[in-house]
Design a protein around this ligand. Structure first.
Ligand code: ADP
Length: 422
């Protein structure tokens, strides 16, 4: 089916977040890891391209996003969404503004909106100021972010530094009056030459109003939440057939594996909770640095295909620190990531077709090892973490990529059960 909405996300977890929220409406969403190298084929009505350009040099970010836009246009999309972080992670140079301006130029768009709000997750915008929970952005922990320290809470000011054309504000008083009033305000601002409009949102209802008012804009920009109402609006507009099929899980042979490289507090609990469900093997970065992955690969090869082994490097903070002190932070991370990636490939070669992966960086390493380029979004396991379906060496697989603190204690078992049931 031709693509209706083409989305570009500035990082992988942001892309999965957006793809998952869109899929909640029961529509088919396909997530691409990087700009596909081949022309669009077998596309979904909602396509999301995950890039890694949040902190790239501006020129690189702009070039990559323009390439993504060109691919999405080829896929048939006529509306586009530029997704960035709900804390507006950027610097005085960019990349949020420069990318938006480049996309607007390529699309001939006279105006776009900026709405990173996600009230449910404590990100709200009032009078142009972004709040993280009850704190203004510039007083939140984001003020000390190593790459994108946010030292101003005012999005109009932040954005004006990044773009060449005027920035304006549609405040909460306008949004509260409904979609028609917001539409009028945007038109009035456009007549004044305001190309970039920050839009306030402090509650979920605001996002519905904003999406309704802006759904015909060729380009919208923001966090994932403001895109969430779009599938239902498109259905109402007749753009998306009411009975457009959502995605079904492929038929998969038995065989699953759990791979965990996250050391977050929640993942530590999840690993402990899963022990006993199947055979498990704990990886030690020190042993891996010394002896390589062979012992772990041999262990996996010895596990029956109808069991679900768990292999984890997940450890408590003091153990992580001890390994890092001996090996250095990056080497400790690398040996674990490389081993889990090799194990994923070995599990696939042994016939396992369901993968539960914990850890953001770990997910990146596993995705690369399996050469994943496209993930079709399936059922949601926990808020923000769906099952996804992909093809590896012409065989269908199911994989869920969970970063950091996502999911509850029983996430691993729940994930496997949810897949059976779907
Ligand atoms: P999260 O999503 O929780 O941040 P990531 O996979 O992104 O998880 O990051 C965890 C990092 O810690 C990875 O680079 C991983 O290889 C590394 N790591 C995992 N286990 C250990 C350990 N026991 N000691 C040191 N580093 C580890």
């Amino acid at each position: 089916m031709a693509t209706i909405l083409g989305c570009i996300a500035d990082d992988f977890t942001g892309a999965t977040d957006l793809a998952g929220l869109l899929a909640r409406a029961g529509v088919h969403v396909s997530l691409r890891l990087g700009v596909p190298e081949t022309p669009p084929e077998d596309t979904a009505p909602f396509e999301v391209i995950a890039l890694k350009c949040r902190t790239a040099p501006v020129d690189e970010a702009v070039a990559e996003c323009r390439a993504a836009l060109a691919w999405l246009k080829q896929a048939g999309a006529e509306r586009f969404f530029w997704k960035y972080c709900s804390t507006f992670d950027s610097t005085a140079e960019g990349n949020i503004g420069p990318v938006a301006e480049a996309l607007m130029d390529d699309l001939g768009a006279g105006q776009t909106i900026y709405c990173p709000a996600f009230p449910e997750n404590g990100r709200s915008i009032f009078m142009g100021n972004l709040f993280v929970g009850q704190q203004p952005l510039a007083e939140s922990p984001m003020k000390d972010h190593p790459l994108t320290p946010m030292r101003d809470s005012n999005l109009v000011r932040l954005l004006q530094q990044q773009v060449t054309r005027p920035v304006g504000l549609a405040d909460r008083l306008i949004v509260a009056r409904g979609a028609a009033a917001l539409g009028d305000r945007l038109a009035a601002l456009k007549a004044e030459g305001v190309a970039h409009v920050v839009v306030d949102a402090v509650a979920n209802e605001d996002l519905g109003i904003i999406a309704a008012a802006c759904r015909e804009m060729v380009l919208m920009t923001g966090g994932s939440a403001v895109a969430m109402p779009l599938p239902d609006l498109y259905r109402r507009d007749g753009l998306l057939p009411a009975d457009a099929p959502s995605l079904k899980a492929p038929d998969l042979p038995a065989g699953a594996v759990v791979l965990s490289g996250s050391c977050s507090a929640m993942t530590n609990e999840q690993v402990a909770a899963y022990a006993g469900h199947g055979p498990s093997l704990r990886l030690s970065p020190l042993d891996l640095a010394e002896d390589g992955p062979v012992a772990a690969l041999d262990w996996l090869a010895a596990q029956p295909l109808d069991s679900t082994p768990m292999i984890y490097a997940t450890a408590a903070p003091d153990e992580v620190r001890a390994a890092q002190d001996k090996l250095g932070v990056s080497r400790a991370g690398e040996v674990v990531e490389q081993t889990l990636a090799a194990l994923a490939l070995a599990a696939f070669d042994a016939g396992r077709r369901r993968f539960v992966v914990a850890g953001g960086e770990t997910s990146g390493a596993v995705s690369q090892a399996l050469r994943l380029s496209r993930l079709d979004i399936g059922t949601e396991i926990a808020p923000g973490v769906p099952w996804t379906f992909a093809t590896v060496k012409a065989a269908p697989i199911a994989i869920t990529l969970k970063s950091g603190n996502f999911g509850d204690r029983d996430f691993f078992a729940t994930a496997l059960a949810r897949l059976e049931a779907s």
